[in-house]
Design a binder for this molecule. Structure first.
Ligand code: SF4
Length: 371
């Protein structure tokens, strides 16, 4: 069972061997799949604080104490895909579907810019509601109006040409979580028409085009084993994404997985810390799912190497309709009105809020993006 040993006492030298693997990653060594599998199978709960401390050290070495704030706009909950775990999957007829009009999106962006946001994340289900050319024109207008605003898109799988059009229109980051890097596990979470191969192709295309590219996965999703997680960590090591989105699996009552248990916080924290060591330069958000899972989720994520928080800019009445999972933090701390409350956790984590673009360090160094 996944991470079952977290409940066992430290009785075996294998825990020490697992720690040696952590130290090797920390020194920049690459691990094999078998080594990742061993590490996950033998890391002990008592080692988690040490792992978190290493991750914080690494984050400080690369990014200092800055916590980058992104403004999140959930632009539509219409989706033609049917991921078994997702509350807004096409088959869920309980959802009131919405999509913002362009003038509403522009108003939200103008307001966010005036408040100091320099990264906007536009997230939505996979759909054709936004006609491609019109959407690209909208993007181009925004990026011309605000040359120092970074637009991040998270709109699912598209053709390489569509991604290129987004890039040409000025978008510079794209988030596409892979959810599971093990094809057999991926197939248990998605209908047959959605394949891991097509998702990986999208990620490869995004990176080749020049996007700061985000991948990531759920922790504790149905059927997940430590072998599956080893694939995820190996993938992070090989692909070196610029952003890594990790969060617990959270069940939703109107999905085929409605009675599956939610992921566990310690497992998510361990994955954050390992991700920080495996991809030191990654922009690593403390995800909303982690805050929804546990009242201290966000603080503990920051204490595990995370350095990004997304603030929901969508109007409150719309947030409830973007229900990817049960108990999502709709109007809690992670909405625009509560930025000051987040400051409390940020201070406790010894970090400071940064509203600037907060690019991946490789992009700053190469001056691909002017801040
Ligand atoms: S996870 Fe994304 S692609 Fe899958 S059903 Fe939900 S919104 Fe659609």
């Amino acid at each position: 069972m996944l991470f079952a040993h977290f409940d066992d006492p430290v009785t075996h030298p294998s825990h020490q061997e697992a720690w040696q693997l952590v130290e090797r990653i920390n020194q920049g060594d690459k691990l094999t799949y078998e080594e990742f599998r061993f590490l996950i199978a033998h890391l002990h709960a008592s080692q988690l604080p040490h792992l978190q401390a290493l991750a914080v050290q690494k984050r400080k070495a690369v990014y200092g104490d800055q916590l980058f704030i992104r403004g999140l706009m959930e632009i539509s909950n219409i989706c033609h895909q049917d991921c078994y775990y997702c509350g807004i999957r096409a088959s869920n007829r309980q959802v009131a579907r919405y999509a913002y009009r362009y003038e509403e999106l522009s108003a939200m962006i103008n307001r966010a810019y005036d408040k100091g946001y320099r990264t906007i994340v536009m997230q939505g289900g996979e759909n054709e509601h936004f006609e491609h050319r019109q959407f690209c024109t909208f993007l181009r207008n925004i990026t011309q109006q605000y040359p120092n605003l970074i637009i991040t898109l998270s709109l699912g799988q598209k053709s390489k040409e569509s991604y290129q059009d987004y890039y040409d229109a000025g978008a510079r980051r794209y988030l596409l979580r892979h959810e599971s890097a093990d094809a057999t596990h991926y197939a248990k979470l998605h209908p047959p028409k959605q394949t891991l191969a097509s998702r990986m192709e999208c990620l490869t295309n995004l990176k080749a085009i020049g996007f700061q590219t985000g991948a990531g996965f759920m922790v504790g999703s149905p059927y997940q084993t430590s072998a599956n997680l080893a694939h995820d960590l190996l993938f992070l090591q090989d692909f070196q994404p610029h952003m890594v989105g990790i969060g617990p699996y959270m069940h939703h009552p109107d999905t085929p997985f409605h009675d599956a248990s939610d992921g566990r916080l310690e497992h998510v924290l361990a994955c954050y810390a390992l991700a920080r060591l495996i991809v030191p330069q990654a922009l690593l958000p403390s995800t909303t799912a982690t805050s929804s899972l546990h009242p201290q989720g966000r603080l503990r994520a920051l204490q595990s190497g995370c350095n990004v928080i997304m603030i929901n800019l969508s109007p409150e009445e719309q947030r409830t309709q973007y229900s990817l999972y049960h108990n999502k933090t709709y109007k809690g701390d992670e909405s625009d009105e509560y930025l000051s409350l987040i400051a409390d956790d940020v201070a406790k984590a010894g970090m400071e809020i940064c509203m600037q673009q907060g690019n991946h360090s490789a992009y700053i160094e190469s001056k691909i993006i002017k801040e």
